[in-house]
Design a protein. Structure first.
Length: 364
């Protein structure tokens, strides 16, 4: 990672004053030693945010504060576990900020059809439903941002979800709602550690952060600018799937969670919608939550969260209620696309986003 970033800076920005920063939460796997011991053309800085309240968001907020203290003009962010990063990624994320004066660059990857579970079924549809723009990877991981944007982010409220994985959608939604100029950039194939084992932790944090930030802007969308789009999501067929035993264990667990909260579901979703879910989750032989059923459920929860008198303290509760249904939808979606072509899969993802927008637009 360090070598590829350094090569990218040296090749594309040799005359700029550059600094490579690793932000770490006091990890015990020799990260600091490995980072500082790697020979680079440009100087390096190691930041340790401490072992308490670890999280990606905590690290990025610390990074933004450090950059603010140095009055740094541009930042490119990279997850540290990427195995396919190339020097060109540095150019792709930074050049639009420098040359075309964009405020925020977001990634478009070539990715397997079974990846992007939160993006396909939540982040992408919600972004389109609320803001009316198709941003293909609102929680991609690799981003570029300029001084104007990161200073703006430092003035926004930060909660527990934003200190974790919720930071990605926090940045993206503030960039959209705040009227910043956004450009999609193509990075190619992204390969990193399997994300499925941590799927639910990520979803819980993404959901909370997305609702909190989108509530700020949903009634005032006048600043939203069109995105400079890359042509389309790059999807390819792959046989790689998560461990089937893990999936079955999780499905059983979330079915029990759903059953234990039936009264809460009836109160929030109504009798008919809860019964429709029960037929699948409690009586069905396999996951068959359709796109239409999932969108009905998601829209109902979102409309509750977007009510003017909604108590923000209820967001974690709403999040935990929707989580079992989300998991069942993810597995259902995997079954749906098993025999579809990449073009058909892409169409199904987009149709789901459009359906959610139609469900929400009359309520917002």
């Amino acid at each position: 990672m360090v070598k590829q970033v350094d090569l990218g800076l040296k090749k594309f920005f040799p005359k700029y004053e550059c600094l490579i920063i690793n932000v770490d939460s006091n990890s015990t796997d020799n990260t600091k030693k490995m980072f500082l011991g790697t020979n680079t053309f440009f100087p390096k800085k190691y930041l340790n945010t401490g072992k308490k309240l670890r999280g990606k968001g905590k690290n990025l907020i610390s990074l933004f504060k450090y950059c603010d203290s140095l009055n740094i003009d541009y930042i490119a962010l990279f997850d540290s576990d990427i195995k396919t990063i190339k020097p060109s990624w540095v150019f792709s994320l930074l050049n639009p900020l420098i040359v075309e004066e964009f405020d925020y660059t977001t990634p478009v990857y070539s990715r397997g059809c079974y990846d992007g579970n939160v993006t396909n079924n939540f982040a992408y549809p919600l972004t389109y439903a609320i803001f009316g723009i198709e941003l293909q990877q609102p929680i991609g991981g690799e981003f570029g941002l300029n001084k104007r944007l990161y200073k703006y982010l430092l003035h926004q409220a930060i909660g527990k979800a934003e200190l974790g994985f919720g930071i990605d959608i926090f940045m993206t939604y503030h960039a959209i709602g705040g009227g910043f100029k956004i450009c999609e950039v193509y990075l190619g194939k992204k390969k990193h550690k399997p994300g499925f084992p941590t799927l639910m932790d990520k979803f819980l944090q993404f959901f909370q952060s997305a609702i909190k930030v989108s509530r700020i802007y949903k009634d005032n969308l006048g600043k939203v600018r069109p995105v400079k789009k890359y042509k389309s999501i790059q999807i390819f067929k792959t046989r790689r799937q998560p461990d089937r035993k893990l999936v079955l264990v999780q499905l059983k667990k979330f079915a029990q969670d759903f059953k234990g909260n039936l009264s809460e579901y009836k109160r929030n979703l109504g009798e008919e919608l809860t019964n429709n879910l029960s037929q699948v989750i409690l009586m069905g032989q396999k996951p068959t939550i359709s796109s239409a059923l999932w969108v009905d459920v998601l829209a109902r929860f979102l409309n509750t969260c977007y009510e003017k008198n909604f108590n923000l303290k209820r967001i974690p509760k709403m999040c935990y209620l929707i989580a079992p249904i989300f998991y069942w939808r993810v597995i259902s979606f995997r079954e749906e696309i098993k025999y579809l072509t990449p073009i058909e899969i892409n169409k199904r993802i987009r149709n789901q986003a459009r359906l959610l927008r139609r469900k929400l637009i009359t309520k917002l």
